[in-house]
Ligand binder design. Structure first.
Ligand SMILES: [Zn+2]
Length: 207
């Protein structure tokens, strides 16, 4: 069951800081809930509008369909991996953490899909965040999700033919790396929460 606290389109009772016409959907999420990419996504914008608008927001595009842009607003951290605009966030990698930034009265993620710059209903689009069943709070799942999904950017695949000690040493080196792709900010570990982004997956709101 997807917990959508505010749907796309006209709002019957907009909050004082909310627009009458909602350009995306709001998804309830405790501050600090991780958001992952379940396919490669290209960073198109990293913005911070302060106490207005979407606050800390991340904009990404599907490399296979650049006409569409996906926006995650009100994040606590909109770039934990240190990516730059134009870089690709690999599948399974952390995109950000949900929060309460911008014009936001309760912790949630504003999720928006734009087709050629025009907001469309994320639920009617094939590109949609989907949610985990059973946790009752945050909801994301696709066939690809497993319980051991990474909490920080995935390591590049090891070269073929390496021995296990060599791989372990390489992993240690990766752990101490900084810069794009590394997650330098320690975070509390959270379980069973997370928003997984699959631009080709349909939201099943009836679940
Ligand atoms: Zn919203």
């Amino acid at each position: 069951m997807a917990v959508i606290t505010s749907d796309f389109g006209k709002r019957p009772k907009p909050c004082p800081t909310c627009s009458e016409n909602h350009k995306g959907i709001d998804l309830r999420a405790p501050v600090g809930s991780p958001i992952y990419a379940n396919q490669d996504l290209k960073v198109s914008r990293i913005v911070d509008t302060g106490k207005e608008g979407y606050g800390k927001a991340l904009y990404v595009k599907d490399p296979n369909d650049p006409s569409k842009e996906y926006i995650f607003g009100h994040l606590d951290d909109n770039n934990p991996g240190g990516y730059k605009v134009g870089q690709t966030v690999p599948e399974g990698t952390l995109l950000g953490y949900s929060g309460k930034t911008g014009a936001n009265e309760s912790p949630h993620v504003h999720y928006e899909v734009r087709k050629n710059g025009v907001p469309i209903d994320p639920k009617k689009d094939t590109g949609i965040a989907t949610f985990e069943k059973g946790t009752g709070n945050l909801l994301t799942t696709t066939a690809k999700v497993d319980k051991n999904r990474p909490t920080k950017p995935v390591q590049p695949p090891a070269a073929p033919g390496k021995t296990l000690p060599e791989l372990q040493a390489a992993r240690e080196r990766e752990k101490n790396k900084t810069g794009p792709g590394s997650n330098t900010r320690p975070r509390p570990e959270r379980k069973d929460v997370g928003i997984l982004i699959n631009p080709r997956h349909k939201l099943n709101d009836g679940d």
